[in-house]
Design a protein around this ligand. Structure first.
Ligand SMILES: *Cc1c(COP(=O)(O)O)cnc(C)c1O
Length: 377
């Protein structure tokens, strides 16, 4: 098998390795020892990456990562709970929708201009509303690439007796997170971002005491993590039909993650990819949305050029025809585009991407590459 063209460069799903794709070319029997072994490996490996083996459990479930967010909210937050969401972009707003979706109350703590939250202001916001029971934060806000200081936010929450829920979907596996140290009630993880598996399951990590206390509070049959965990512990089996091909692929991806050096090695790879990408794009005259100090190396967000000849659909198609498939859409109000640094790719692949972008811009006649700052198409 050789790598498909165009190479996928979206911030999830990502370009999976040939070994991960090959793992899916087999029909497993859900109840047989091979699938149970792979499931056990996933359940033990994922919390260990975040130093949470002793304190937390991972409860895989079918669906995309948002299914893990909803299940975690039901596990952690009582029906009358109120969650302050540190929101610096698209996924913060989406978390508010998920919270309202499961019938809990969300209050957004808005962080302006794709920046990071001010801890004094955050503390004041929590103190001002005694009804708040939890604080929710995205470790990396994938809409802009901003990386939130989870340890600091967790400390502010903990000092006030509030539970912490972390959407680490985009970051986990590469960006370090000591789950035991921040004492999060739940951390939601994706198999198809920094772990470089495929989509199809969510990997919520729940604190053991929180999971124990959650029995009977779900109001949902399929999102009941307590019942699922009990079944995993008793028989090793998934509840409901397991995504067998996805289990095999994710198991393989985690094996590779470990063999390559785990979280530190994954981070170093993305840092090399990010550096090559951002330097190359700046040489083309394209600027980043957020300052480097705030940016996570898993993704970069760029301003669309102001030149009247720049048109997103033509650009996207031109880059795709040259072998690279970018995320089609923007998650900010001002015109931007995002390029993922995750996946089975190295800085040479990123170098070829930058060449493809340079060729496309030249072919389009895009000379003015300063940011287009008005919210037009
Ligand atoms: C990718 C991502 C999600 C997951 O969204 P799904 O559509 O459910 O896969 C959630 N939060 C963040 C920060 C993400 O990057």
């Amino acid at each position: 098998m050789s790598r498909q063209t165009p190479t996928l460069l979206t911030p999830g799903p990502i370009t999976a390795s040939e070994a991960v794709l090959a793992a899916m070319a087999f029909d497993y029997n859900p109840g047989d020892v091979e699938l149970l072994d792979m499931t056990r490996h996933i359940r033990s490996y994922v919390p260990a990456v975040g130093n949470a083996s002793g304190t937390h459990v991972c409860v895989p479930l079918q669906g995309s990562s948002s299914f893990g967010i909803e299940a975690s909210l039901l596990a952690c937050v009582p029906a009358d709970g109120k969650i302050l969401v540190v929101s610096n972009g698209f996924y913060g707003l989406r978390a508010c929708e998920a919270i309202e979706g499961v019938g809990r109350t969300a209050v957004a703590f808005e962080v302006p201009d794709f920046g990071l939250p001010d801890m004094r202001r955050l503390a004041d916001a929590i103190d001002a509303d005694p009804a708040i029971t939890h604080v929710f934060v995205c470790h990396v806000e994938t809409g802009s690439g901003a990386q939130n200081p989870v340890a600091e936010i967790g400390a502010v929450a903990k000092a006030r007796g509030k539970g912490l829920i972390v959407d680490a979907i985009a970051a986990y596996g590469a960006v370090p997170l000591d789950i035991a140290a921040v004492d999060a009630e739940a951390v939601i993880v994706s198999p198809n971002k920094c772990f470089e598996g495929v989509p199809g399951m969510a990997l919520p990590i729940i604190r053991r005491d929180v999971l124990a206390a959650s029995k009977g509070r779900y109001g949902s049959f399929v999102l009941d993590l307590h019942a699922r965990h009990e079944q995993y512990e008793q028989s090793g089996h998934w509840k409901f039909t397991p995504p067998t091909h996805v289990v095999a692929a994710v198991h393989t991806a985690l094996k590779i993650h470990g063999a390559e050096g785990g979280q530190p090695a994954r981070l170093a790879k993305y840092q090399r990819n990010w550096r090559r990408l951002v330097d190359g794009m700046r040489q083309l005259g394209i600027s980043t949305l957020i300052p480097d100090e705030v940016a996570s190396p898993i993704i970069a967000t760029f301003h669309r050029p102001c030149d009247a000849k720049f048109d997103w659909a033509t650009f996207h198609a031109g880059v795709k025809a040259r072998g690279f498939w970018l995320f089609n859409g923007k998650l900010t109000t001002i015109p931007t585009f995002r390029i993922g640094c995750m996946g089975d790719l190295n800085e040479n692949d990123v170098g070829r991407l930058v060449e493809a972008i340079a060729d496309t811009l030249d072919a389009m006649g895009v000379r003015e590459r300063a940011p287009r700052l008005i919210a037009a198409a």
